[in-house]
Design a protein around this ligand. Sequence first.
Ligand SMILES: [Zn+2]
Length: 249
Amino acid sequence: MARLGVLLCSAAVLLVLWAAPASGESVPFDADIGLDPGHSYIDVGAVGGGLREFEVNLDTALRVKGLLEARRYSVNLSRSDNGPVSAMNHPDPTERIRIEQEARIAAVGRVRCYVSINFNGLGNPRLSGTETYYNPDNFGEQSYRLAEALQRNMVSVLWEAGYQAVDRGVKSDLLAGKPYGHFFSLRGPQPSATVEGLFLTNPSDADALWQDEIRQAIAEGYSRGISDFLAGETTAGPAERSEGEPNSL
Ligand SMILES: [Zn+2]
């Protein structure tokens, strides 16, 4: 009878487990990748060489989305037009940025990684090249791996396309010297990175960005970097994902 009791007990436990709502871990992802085209017409970003960052970012994001979907990854964009995601009307500028970035992270849903697409702009027009930021205090190891894959592939495809971009490396977002510390865009519930593709304020970088092949090369850099990262993510995603995943080669 004791044995029957154990069996009945086990059956009851199984029933309870079966009836229980899915735990957080078994909730499927909304998409493999969240892509964030930085800025909007309200918060233009860098300007130079006749280019405005919010427009170049969206153009790049749409190209990256196409390339990743061709590799059978699913992609959610934080914005697909030039408007902001939040009202952008908070009187405090830092709060305004925080609210906007949180809205963008929420907009892509649950994703395996989040990549913010940006281009640089600084007062000194001699500064040029590609750099990638990550938040060492948020999925630090994975975020570094994502940032490293993006930076390495980005510089490599630009050189392949004939533009010898300066490799400014992978950097902690704290080195950007923001008064609020870590970038708000790199505080979401997944590994994340921000790529600053080239400098709009550098004449040579800006000239390169007027060429369609260079724009496409940058998109390819994002696509390869993200694919490399996801191919190495053995623990991320539900088991059924492994079947549909493209070969990293
Ligand atoms: Zn930017």
